[in-house]
Design a protein around this ligand. Structure first.
Ligand code: NAP
Length: 272
């Protein structure tokens, strides 16, 4: 019987996940289908319950339900616990496993696709929302020497860093507002804000982009003022398509036990 998966969100019509997972299934010979499910805003648990009753094996979860998916899960991976959010659910007889593959997807894109050696580098992470929280532990685990979280509302950056204070890997982590970035310089600058979606530029000093820096915007599908700022400062600029594809591949690996090839999928998405 064909195994069933879904992406659950609201809205979800725009999601590229069904197409990405169809490519993965074809490339690895997996007998599975993957559909979109739009859940009512107040009905996430009911939506997942229904999908499980209809034979669903697992699901990806997108905005605005990643925290609800975290609460729904009976068992959580350590990366879902650190993110306080789940983007991947695996259904089993004895309950639901919640995982978060966003951070692993980002690090894999940085390391494997973009050739960024993470050990010992200085990283600036801009933003203090769910996307930023989801990548902090994987970035620390990848071995960066410095991880500065900067946010428009500095108190949110401080609160986010404080969440990780008890983690044994947290010593490279600190927080600041944009004012605190004057004179600072980084090897990797990651934009985890939604500013690019509204075309807003970030008030970053050009000096944050260090020599040979890589600038990464989690937003995908259109060029952003952040990427333009980075290019103007001489940095290499990359959008978030790779993170999207690699987090999907991490979910696929969890569900199917096989890592799908991502390069052709990424190339096809970028070519559209
Ligand atoms: P969120 O929880 O709404 O967080 C929004 C963040 O953006 C906050 O830190 C906010 O600062 C900041 N912000 C918004 N507008 C700004 C502006 N004009 N100037 C400066 N800062 C601004 O959103 P999220 O869930 O973290 O997602 C952030 C982005 O990551 C989204 O665009 C999402 O599409 C993207 N994302 C991509 C992937 C991928 O696979 N590529 C995965 C996950 C997320 P304040 O705290 O000051 O309000």
């Amino acid at each position: 019987m064909t195994d069933r998966y879904a992406v659950i969100g609201n809205p979800v019509a725009h999601s590229r996940s069904p197409w990405i997972h169809a490519q993965f299934a074809q490339a690895t010979g997996q007998d599975m289908e993957y559909v979109r499910i739009e859940s009512p805003l107040e009905g996430f648990a009911q939506t997942v319950d229904d999908f499980r009753r209809r034979g669903g094996c697992g699901a990806n979860v997108t905005l605005p339900f990643k925290e609800a998916a975290y609460r729904y899960s009976a068992v959580l991976t350590h990366r879902a616990r650190a993110a306080r959010a789940a983007n991947t659910l695996q259904f089993a007889e004895n309950g639901v496993l919640g995982d978060n593959t966003d951070g692993a997807g980002l690090v894999r894109d940085l390391v494997s696709n973009l050739g960024c050696a993470m050990a010992g580098i200085r990283v600036l992470l801009i933003g203090a929302g769910g996307a930023a929280r989801g990548v902090i532990l994987p970035l620390l685990e990848a071995g960066c020497a410095q991880l500065v979280v900067a946010n428009r509302t500095p108190a949110r950056a401080a609160a986010l860093a404080a969440e990780f204070a008890s983690n044994e890997r947290a010593h490279p982590l600190s927080a600041t507002g944009f004012d605190g970035l004057a004179g600072a310089s980084f090897d990797l600058v990651i934009n985890a804000t939604s500013a690019g979606l509204s075309g807003a530029a970030l008030p970053l000093p050009a000096t944050v982009f260090g020599r040979d820096a890589l600038a990464y915007d989690m937003v995908y599908g259109h060029d952003t003022p952040f990427l333009a700022q980075a290019r103007a400062a001489g940095a290499r600029a990359c959008d978030g398509w790779g993170m999207l594809v690699e987090q999907a591949a991490e979910s696929f690996l969890l569900w199917r036990g096989v890592r799908p090839p991502t390069a052709p999928v990424l190339a096809a998405l970028r070519a559209v």
